[in-house]
Design a protein around this ligand. Sequence first.
Ligand SMILES: Cc1cc2nc3c(=O)[nH]c(=O)nc-3n(C[C@H](O)[C@H](O)[C@H](O)COP(=O)(O)O)c2cc1C
Length: 218
Amino acid sequence: MELFEAIYRRRDVRDFGPDEIPRETLGIILDAAHHAGSVGFMQPWNFTIIRSQETQSTIADLVAEENNKAAGNYIGIEREKYLSLHLEAIRSAPVNIAVTCDSSRGGPHVAGRNTMPETDVYSTCCAIQNLWLAARAEGVGMCWVSLLDPERVKEILEIPPEITLVGYLCLGIPEYFEDRPHLEQQGWKTRTPLEEVVFYESWNQKATEPIQTVRENS
Ligand SMILES: Cc1cc2nc3c(=O)[nH]c(=O)nc-3n(C[C@H](O)[C@H](O)[C@H](O)COP(=O)(O)O)c2cc1C
């Protein structure tokens, strides 16, 4: 799949079919993640692959608990709408991956990280985005689940306290990929126009005419 096609057709996928992800496909996807850029070439990430249904189920229960708490942020019809959103796919995914960041990797002085120590986490997010796009190109769907208490998940996975859990990912083979984000289809949110988020020369100086894009956005 061509790069822009993968970018526009990538989706957060919450429904998976019964097929397993072939081991070599998972290898290709993980290697794409491992080729992301990282501050000072720090490569601060680790990928813990979780296939155990028991572990997945324990983590899915934690997510359900957090989701109920999150529902408390809404009232009335908004709450009903929130609760109808499909916000995780842990049990239905054959593979879960906990992506973590080790801030100590590379020693105390990592090139380029002096003033922005958080760039280790940013680097890990770059790896996750590579993983997401490579998965899409290979016909594998991914759902990023952040609706969880990272410390409780770390305990379950025996991740040391000093390591940061950045993303909990669910991967599987979807029957199809949606054209538009689930949250858009459910009437929860729409994509902000590009012109709203691009500034010229200084803060909030917006374009005076539409920005030309090379291709149709989805
Ligand atoms: C950092 C991050 C955290 C996310 N957490 C969740 C989550 O907890 N549950 C969920 O269903 N989707 C989660 N998503 C997916 C977003 O809802 C999704 O990316 C967004 O709605 C746009 O849809 P698309 O990815 O299909 O384009 C997360 C995405 C990111 C980047």
